[in-house]
Design a protein. Structure first.
Length: 533
């Protein structure tokens, strides 16, 4: 073997080592100097079990998403039928996934044509004639129901991710779990109530006109509600404990404007000292609509309603152009910030509830880190001492390969921005054993060749050559197992699988390429005649 074959491998190993050290800097050097800003994202984060925080499993009400879709289709059908000149069309929900449409008998053909051309996702039943009217029943196709439920979970996942990103949580874990659940882990967050309120708020924003009458008789039920009205309440924040219903409003059921016209929402100082308001910037359609509504309803109260709760009901004093609105109220700084976040990130397509909740304290996380590191250090030291005692210089070389392996593994985790958890530490410890096992196979093969009377160079060549198939078999089969664990496992299992697979790949490199490079260097440059093994 010549120097020319040694140099490329030496450059490869040295280059990879330098790259690993650079990738490791963001994890071990904080704060990073400005000239290393490009590495800020390459940091190994600590998982919930190590850092503490909040663990939530949110369940999306996918059945309600189907109902919401039916309501939207019902509103669209009414508008389209009126455009076609159909008199007094009646569209109502029929069961969990259907609509019932009642139109005059002479408008039946228009209805069928409209459904056929614009609503292909509905199955059409046989029409009935009731009291001179044509009654048509529609039902959503099963594949459409599945699509709506799938889209509801996907949209909820994206909306929750947007809210948490603006909430300012570092390295959160947000991922789908099963058919309707979303896993949310917020490292460092010790206030789960605020997190749940922010994540679960459906944030359906409506603007409605208020009837200028005393709402108390209607709220108490002593008088029936006028047609087309409803009672909504403000939240009473004055009392300690759970929030209760505050002032009642008799509002018109018809929604004058919805939250889909909101472009942006920001917290701004209010008129009173230490008060805060949420300022809304409307899009072009919303600005035009808002100007028309305020111009036609001067001196009336205009309720700003979020999730069926009145946040404010200011009096319209004049036509308001420019597309700006303000939500005022007795907000704390956190409440105003959270309200602005949910309005910016959009509404959830369906209600979301908390199916599981756990809070991990920082003390438990610190204890987990200490015990995990202790197990890593103690196990590593025992392996290092045993390998030197049993294999001498070859054992020392195996220990060097193990340290190399840890360096490459942590650098790779940092390069991917991975989060280290207790199962991940377990994967690292297991990988150390696999790395040493590969070197044990090589050393035992070299010993066998030396007992047969071969020279140092021949024994080393034969040892690596004969151990290589076994090393590749064990590593590849374990990597395949890790890939299966990652594909089908949950969060902690995925963390274990990631560190295991990365560690095995680096172990294969350090055992087969790294240690062989050192032996070849000693054989070529120092011409050793004996092997300390």
């Amino acid at each position: 073997m010549s120097n020319s074959s040694l140099m490329p491998r030496a450059l490869l190993v040295v280059g990879m080592t330098l790259v690993a050290i650079v990738l490791l800097l963001p994890t071990v050097w904080q704060p990073l100097p400005s000239w290393l800003d490009f590495l800020k994202g390459n940091k190994v984060g600590l998982g919930l079990d190590l850092q503490g925080g909040t663990h939530l499993v949110m369940q999306v009400d996918v059945d309600q998403a189907v109902v919401n879709s039916l309501e939207i289709n019902a509103d669209e059908l009414r508008r389209e039928l009126r455009k076609e000149g159909v008199k007094a069309p009646k569209v109502e929900r029929d069961g969990d996934n259907g609509l019932k449409i009642t139109v005059p008998a002479e408008s039946r053909d228009k209805l069928v044509e409209l459904i056929t051309t614009q609503y292909p996702n509905f199955k059409v039943a046989e029409a009935e004639t009731v009291d001179g009217n044509s009654v048509q029943r529609l039902s959503l196709a099963p594949e459409e129901v599945r699509r709506i439920k799938q889209a509801a979970v996907d949209q909820s996942l994206e909306t929750i991710r947007n809210r948490i990103d603006q909430f300012g949580v570092s390295e959160p874990i947000i991922q789908r779990q099963g058919d309707r659940d979303i896993l949310v882990q917020l490292p460092g967050i010790q206030d789960p109530e605020r997190a749940k309120e922010l994540i679960g708020k459906t944030a359906v924003l409506n603007f409605k006109l208020v009837r200028d009458v005393n709402p108390e008789p209607y709220a108490k039920g002593t008088q029936p509600l006028p047609a087309g009205t409803q009672i909504l309440y403000q939240v009473d924040k004055s009392a300690a404990g759970p929030r209760k219903k505050g002032q009642a409003y008799l509002v018109e059921s018809a929604t004058m404007m919805t939250g889909d016209v909101v472009n942006d929402a920001r917290v701004r100082p209010g008129d009173m000292p230490n008060s805060r308001v949420v300022s809304l910037d409307l899009n072009a359609r919303g600005a035009h609509l808002f100007e028309e509504i305020t111009g036609a309803n001067v001196n009336r109260r205009f309720a700003i309603v979020l999730d069926d709760t009145v946040y404010s009901a200011p009096v319209i004093k004049e036509r308001i152009p420019g597309g700006r609105a303000v939500i005022s109220g007795s907000f704390t700084a956190d409440e105003a910030k959270d309200l602005a976040i949910v309005l910016r990130s959009g509404a959830l397509p369906a209600p979301v509830s908390v199916a599981e909740e756990r809070t991990v304290g920082p003390t438990l996380g610190k204890d987990s880190i200490e015990k995990g590191l202790r197990s890593f250090v103690v196990g590593g030291l025992l392996v290092i001492v045993f390998m030197i005692f049993y294999y001498r210089f070859a054992g020392l070389l195996a220990d060097l390969a193990m340290i190399w392996n840890v360096l490459f593994m942590v650098a790779a985790l940092g390069a991917f921005g991975a989060t280290l958890t207790l199962p991940g530490i377990a994967g690292i410890v297991l990988t150390l054993g696999m790395a040493v096992d590969a070197n044990v196979l090589i050393n035992e093969r070299i010993r066998e060749e030396l007992r047969l009377g071969k020279t140092a160079r021949a024994a080393i060549d034969a040892g690596y050559q004969r151990a290589l198939p076994s090393i590749i078999d064990t590593h590849v089969t374990t990597i395949l197992s890790g890939i299966i664990l990652f594909q089908f496992g949950s969060g902690p299992i995925k963390g274990f699988a990631v560190t295991l697979c990365i560690g095995l790949l680096s172990s294969l490199f350090t055992a087969v390429v790294g240690t062989r490079l050192v032996w070849d260097y000693l054989l070529i440059r120092h011409r050793i005649q004996t092997v300390s093994i």
